[in-house]
Design a protein around this ligand. Sequence first.
Ligand code: RNT
Ligand code: ZN
Length: 425
Amino acid sequence: MYRAPSPDTILNNYDSARETYLMFGVDTDKVLKDLTEIPVSLHCWQGDDVTGFEGQEELSGGGIIATGNYPGRARNGEELRSDIDFAFDLIPGKHRVNLHALYAETGGVKTERDELSLEHFSKWLNWAKEKKITLDFNPSFFSHPMADSGFTLASPNKKIRDFWIRHAKACRDIAAGFGRELGKPCVNNLWIPDGSKDLPADRMNPRRTLKESLDEIYEKKLDEKYLLDSVECKLFGIGSEAYVVGSHEFYLAYALSRNIMLCLDTGHFHPTESIADKISSVLVFMNKLLLHVSRGVRWDSDHVVLLDDEVRSIAQEVKRAGGFDKVHFALDFFDASINRVTAWVIGTRALLKAIMLALLEPTDMLKSEEEKGNFGNRLALMEELKSLPFGSVWYKFCYDNRVPAGSDWLNKIEEYENTVMYMRK
Ligand code: RNT
Ligand code: ZN
């Protein structure tokens, strides 16, 4: 059994950590309060390896892959919601849930993706209301015969294109419905896999076509109070190594010219390229940004998010750019080789730790050394901050939010596996 730290230990350690941070002018009580105000959007698709409820056996096409065959995958809405509920019991704070269109529940009635409407998500909506969580959404342009050519919104075939345009429009209405019903804007993120395996002779026309399709999709004005549209770029995918229509430059220009939110996914750039430095660049021109926090290992492999340098610097940059009210944090990874709830909990807790670390940074102190031109002090402070007792503040955050502070949450996972997940055969 993994042991929990006692409340006394948590509180005593927190008191001493509070003093340590005060030496740097950081009020940890305020940090704990501010952190509860920052939601992370938990992606439903980690729970079933991006399979969805349309009857497919597994994720197909789109250039994305979930690998592994750990037992206990959720097979329907009830199981997936139960797993998310369970994950939330192990994650401090109040968060959001991110759905994909292929998680519609049509009660066994074959419903094409261009016919989907809010009623097909009523079980999700009722659950969200009951649990007081808000929903985000995504149209699904993969795992579908109409996406087999590798092209959807940029397809030269009008029939294919129009099908996907109708799907995207339907999804905007569903997302706006979520926003209206739940009283908070729903982020509706559009990502398409369109691209080609080998060198295209024409890179221009598919991009023109994509622009036209998008203009048609976003033509209808919907209230930003309920719906925040975003577009997600990519560098390459499996099967689209040579060319992706919706590249970074394409969507940066599109988002800026149409006042639509940009989405940056940590796995969608060159392997050594970090998205942290892009945050302030984007925020100079736009007042909203969606982040898909993921972990690419050698490629866009969507490994479980960890508290690594990339994730730490992303949160740090949001803080330093004063962007917490502009940036939406969402997770995007899928690992089928370990317990899927464990994956969610590791990734979400890691991102929250990164955000906490950013909040704990005496950013003004660093900036003031910078203004004075004392770069030695700036560097020394940055190095010093790394060894401050943030773990004690994290334990207090977990304690305040009534979730396990230490690794004892693993005992709960084991019990849930044995009583619930392994029963799914
Ligand atoms: C794919 C994109 C996209 C998907 C999800 C399922 O490379 O990152 O966001 O992972 O929509
Ligand atoms: Zn993504």
